[in-house]
Design a protein around this ligand. Structure first.
Ligand code: COA
Length: 322
């Protein structure tokens, strides 16, 4: 029986920083409102000519370096993104080309903010069944491209970035379990209601933006994330105290605090980057993971719970020994 284990992590943020003060000049909002309701202080925004693959590449290279893995060893590439560079080829194929990797399967996964958790679950299954031995899994977004910068209800929340992990086959876990869910019935609460085969004129005119009923999404996220935590612990016969670190999707500090309370985890054991990065969708969990690995908080052998919730709705978790 193979397990998959995180061999290395990496991340990358675009240089441009947009602060709450900057947003005060763009919409009717205030630094105080944004901090109090979301915990966000600033976010990074990709330059006009910077694409999702441009963010994914340095994150992937850093993960490869941390894992001490040569790009030639990679036999599976999955990129989780809501904001691919092009309709096709997939961002995973574009990344494969940049890394000079040839022949292995490469594809994108689209589950919005849960995308990275979905992608890790897929890669873990490839490795468990022996179909891959060394996978590169990336969450990368230029979410700023699908934000209406005149809408104060959404523009203050999102940012751009990328995070990556290298997963290697291992005799020991590694990833202990993954739990994925979706319910398309909630489409109207959170969506970009245009794309390629519907509303393409909107896309061409630059009017295909994220629509959200924030309050309802907030309530669903809190309830659903509480449930996924219980499901994950129960599936593995674990107690709340067995979790060393919670690495939540970084959407809103109040959602993160509610999940931590449910786990009875002190906030010192929760990795929080939402203040610095905002909500970077599929990039948020691997970005947070990389920050806490590199600053020495997360140590080998510790038990981590990653969880996310996003458009679809989609939600899921990954329980692992780092
Ligand atoms: N600045 C100032 N005021 C704002 C504002 C902003 N950026 N955005 C909304 N408001 C106003 C509203 O217009 C409303 O005013 P009103 O009472 O006069 O109508 C008031 O603030 C309260 O709005 P409400 O939407 O009820 O606030 P909230 O406490 O629910 O906070 C969110 C709004 C968006 C921060 C919150 O709902 C949220 O985080 N939702 C989840 C978002 C999310 O995580 N999405 C991604 C999931 S992956």
């Amino acid at each position: 029986m193979n397990y998959s284990r995180i061999a290395g992590t990496g991340s990358y943020l675009p240089a441009k920083v947009l602060t709450n003060r900057d947003l005060e000049k763009m919409v009717d909002t205030s630094d105080q409102w944004i901090r109090e309701r979301t915990g966000i202080e600033k976010r990074h925004i990709a330059a006009a000519d910077e694409t999702t693959c441009d963010l994914a590449e340095p994150a992937a290279r850093r993960a490869l370096q941390a894992a001490k893995v040569d790009s030639g060893e990679i036999d599976l590439i999955i990129v989780a993104t809501t904001t691919p560079d092009q309709v096709f080829p997939s961002t995973a194929c574009l990344l494969q080309q940049r890394l000079d990797i040839h022949g292995c399967p490469a594809f994108d996964v689209q589950a919005v903010c849960t995308g990275f958790v979905y992608a890790v679950a897929v890669a873990d299954n490839f490795i468990r069944t022996g179909s891959a031995r060394c996978a590169l899994v990336v969450g990368a977004e230029t979410f700023s491209r699908i934000v209406d910068w005149s809408d104060r209800g959404t523009s203050v929340l999102f940012g751009d970035g990328a995070g990556a992990v290298v997963l290697k086959a291992s005799k020991e876990p590694g990833i202990i379990s993954t739990h994925l869910h979706a319910d398309g019935a909630y489409e109207s609460l959170l969506r970009v209601p245009a794309g390629v085969s519907k509303g393409y004129d909107l896309v061409q005119e630059g009017g295909a933006y994220t629509e959200m009923r924030g309050n309802e999404v907030f309530r669903m996220a809190v309830t659903t994330l509480g449930r996924i935590v219980d499901e994950t612990l129960q599936a593995n016969g674990l107690q709340k105290t067995d979790i060393d670190w919670l690495i939540p999707h970084q959407a809103n500090i109040r959602i993160i605090q509610a999940t931590a309370r449910k786990l009875r985890m002190p906030m010192e054991r929760v990795v929080v980057t939402v203040s610095e990065h905002g909500n970077t969708s599929a990039a948020s969990v691997p970005l947070a993971l990389d920050v806490a690995v590199r600053d020495g908080r997360i140590q080998r052998g510790e038990t981590l719970l990653m969880e996310a919730f996003g458009g679809g709705f989609t939600w899921g978790s990954v329980l692992l020994k780092y």
